[in-house]
Design a protein around this ligand. Structure first.
Ligand SMILES: Nc1ncnc2c1ncn2[C@@H]1O[C@H](COP(=O)(O)OP(=O)(O)O)[C@@H](O)[C@H]1O
Ligand SMILES: [Mg+2]
Length: 219
């Protein structure tokens, strides 16, 4: 079962992955945006780290929903790009999805991510194929829920979700952007990976901590 402490471990891992890949994300955004996606996300996730407190912190007794809501608020106020409100809305919907639960099972986790996707799509009015983070996120959500439905354990299902997110991100490369800053480039957005699709890959990669997977090889 996944409790608030596990969710915090996920967020710490996400902050770490964003930090490590900050320049890569910014370089992608330099090509089809305004060169700030890595710095935006890193600023946001460093601020999230602040509210998580220490590993042994006493405030573990807040409910998952409260934590997710706090994260949403931090991202909305600190990220300062389109991605802030998009991830922020996703976290807000995740909070609503988990409701009053203290512990989340695999199904709750799948529903949490699915609710986040709906929030992100509504907020950005984007759908699959628009060359955004939704291309990675939506594929991850489908893979996660179908893999769990087929009876695979959480660890394998998350691995499926990560692969699907990566494929979704790869698939943004030949697309013409229809949403966000990159859409101003029209045809010229073709041939480049969407930066937000890659930060979403890391969101799911970090989620391996839900399956007790602590360390991930960066190579
Ligand atoms: N309407 C939208 N719906 C979904 N995702 C979007 C939308 N607009 C932008 N994005 C995502 O946000 C990313 C850019 O984030 P960021 O660079 O932080 O913000 P900004 O575009 O304001 O500089 C894009 O790569 C894309 O994945
Ligand atoms: Mg940008």
């Amino acid at each position: 079962m996944i409790d608030t402490a596990r969710l915090k471990a996920w967020l710490r891992r996400y902050a770490e992955l964003i930090h490590v890949h900050k320049d890569e994300l910014t370089a992608l955004d330099a090509t089809i945006g305004d060169a700030d996606h890595g710095t935006n996300m890193d600023r946001g996730m460093q601020a999230v780290l602040h509210i998580l407190g220490d590993e042994e912190d006493a405030n573990e007794n807040i409910r998952p929903a409260e934590l997710l809501k706090q994260v949403a608020m931090v991202l909305i106020s600190k990220v300062g790009g389109a991605s802030g409100p998009l991830y922020g809305t996703a976290f807000l919907r995740m909070a609503q999805a988990v409701g009053e639960k203290e512990q989340l099972n695999e199904e709750d986790i799948a529903q949490m991510f699915a609710a986040g996707l709906n929030g992100m799509k509504e907020r950005g009015k984007a759908d699959l194929g628009d060359k955004t983070m939704v291309d990675a996120y939506a594929r991850a959500v489908s893979a996660l829920s179908s893999s769990l439905a087929e009876g695979f354990p959480l660890k394998e299902s998350l691995a499926q979700a990560i692969s699907a997110a990566k494929e979704g991100s790869d698939q943004t490369i030949p697309l013409i952007a229809r949403k966000g800053r990159a859409s101003y480039l029209g045809e010229r957005s073709r041939g480049h990976r969407d930066p937000g699709s890659l930060s979403t890959v890391y969101l799911f990669e970090a989620a391996l901590v839900f399956a007790g997977e602590g360390e991930i090889n960066h190579a």
